[in-house]
Design a protein around this ligand. Structure first.
Ligand SMILES: Cc1cc2nc3c(=O)[nH]c(=O)nc-3n(C[C@H](O)[C@H](O)[C@H](O)COP(=O)(O)OP(=O)(O)OC[C@H]3O[C@@H](n4cnc5c(N)ncnc54)[C@H](O)[C@@H]3O)c2cc1C
Length: 398
């Protein structure tokens, strides 16, 4: 394993995460998923206990919240390893949306919110959801369409609105809800922490989607009918919703890239095994040039996605949040498309076996397809990149 850009300490940590993924998580993957479908978390919990015992639990968090106080580069090094299994991030309590919500509460939560929700979230005693997207004509690709409102009432706020695609909302203990608090285009939105079971919170349904429902990743739809929250439910200050959304989404999108790169790399390794052994027309598949093209394209795209992600991680670590934005958009579009194509080609290279559920590619592909839509569809990220380039704000030869 060559560790370009990583310190020796991070390299060593990366190897320890890889050992847990290879030795504990991947062999138990199918059991964890089968147990989850049957309503049990026995194997996952045993692995989580092992992760804690090894001192690798929630490594992205500051030390006083039980983590290792890593920066974004550290997350890049470790999350790629966790991402090699779709259940890997959960084993370390680093899964979306909880990991992004931990960051958000840490940066912007009141003392009351931190005590009530952040501590148990960091300990994996509870889970959370992020409620920004609304059914049309509300907020989607364009957050300025936000329709959910929060109005001042006495010493608190009253929230009304309709959200969907709140991943994990069904089992969450709390929801981070983005609501309109004025008509100002820049400072018109505010984020609130809402108890999932507060009076007036209606869980409409679990949205049936393309991907299998696993490990709390159900897509939830909510209605908010006059939900009352206090001032201490605010994240940041009134009017900081759009700003905080950017602060949450840029690093969160990068952590997605890290996990997706891990899964893409593992997929390609699985292809290497099959095409190296299977024969057709008198030679091994790997000796056919059309197979080599698929392997080489995938290797190139994973590698370039890795470089884009590391570059952007380094910018975030240096506090260059605004400057990092178009680079994170490029990384997100590129890595999401790479993961989808690598999985599609993996199915192709494995033939009927690839299309069967004897191998995990079809499951992984169905989940991966969301990557091109969630956290902003490809086209919106392309728009950001083109806009910044045209304005002369995007240095390409960094
Ligand atoms: C699996 C999954 C999980 C999700 N989890 C969450 C979550 O936890 N919390 C949350 O708040 N949201 C979540 N989302 C919602 C996601 O962020 C939105 O779906 C996304 O931002 C797009 O919004 P929309 O669905 O309303 O699409 P629309 O805004 O209706 O856009 C539809 C399509 O129009 C095109 N389009 C849009 N704008 C442009 C443009 N400027 N130029 C060209 N074409 C454009 C794109 O192709 C886009 O896909 C999730 C979505 C998925 C699929």
């Amino acid at each position: 394993m060559t560790d370009w850009m990583l310190t020796p300490e991070l390299s060593a940590l990366r190897a320890r995460i890889r050992a847990v993924i290879d030795e504990r998580v991947i062999p138990a993957e199918q059991t964890i998923l089968a147990e989850d479908r049957a309503g049990s978390r026995e194997t996952l919990k045993a692995i989580q206990a092992d992760v804690r015992a090894r001192g690798l639990w929630t490594p992205h968090l500051p030390k006083d919240f039980g983590g290792l106080g890593l920066g974004v580069m550290g997350m890049a090094a470790l999350f790629r390893e966790m991402g090699r299994s779709p259940v890997g991030a959960k084993a370390f309590n680093c899964d979306a949306p909880d990991q992004g919500n931990m960051d958000l509460l840490l940066k912007a939560g009141s003392a009351a919110i931190k005590a009530r929700y952040l501590r148990p979230l960091c300990a994996a005693e509870i889970t959370s959801a992020f409620c920004m997207t609304e059914p049309a004509p509300g907020a989607g690709s364009d957050p300025s369409n936000l329709r959910t409102t929060a109005r001042r009432d006495g010493d608190g706020w009253v929230i009304d609105g309709h959200k969907w695609y709140s991943t994990g909302g069904e089992n969450a203990a709390f929801l981070v809800v983005m609501a309109r608090t004025s008509d100002d285009p820049r400072s018109g939105a505010t984020m609130f922490v809402v108890d999932r079971h507060a009076e007036g919170v209606e869980y409409v349904r679990r949205i049936p989607v393309f991907a299998p429902d696993v490990l709390d990743h159900f897509e939830g739809e909510f209605k908010f009918h006059g939900v009352r929250v206090g001032d201490d439910a605010l994240l940041g200050a009134e009017g900081q919703g759009f700003l905080l959304a950017q602060r949450r989404l840029v690093p969160a999108r990068l952590t997605h890239c890290m996990r997706w790169l891990g899964l893409a790399a593992r997929t390609l390794e699985m292809c290497r095994d099959y095409v190296g052994a299977r024969e057709s027309f008198g030679k091994r598949l790997v000796e056919h040039q059309m197979i080599q093209v698929m392997i080489a394209d995938a290797a190139r795209d994973i590698h370039s996605g890795n470089l884009m992600t590391l570059h952007c991680a380094q910018m975030l670590e240096q506090g260059l949040e605004r400057e990092a934005r178009p680079y994170s958009s490029m990384a997100k579009t590129h890595v999401a498309r790479t993961l989808c194509r690598v999985l599609d080609d993996a199915i192709q290279m494995h033939g009927g076996l690839g299309y069967s559920e004897d191998l995990p590619f079809t499951h992984w592909y169905r989940s991966a397809r969301a990557a091109r839509i969630a956290d902003g569809p490809d086209e919106v990220h392309q728009m950001v990149v083109a806009r910044d380039f045209v304005r002369g704000r995007l240095d390409l030869l960094v």
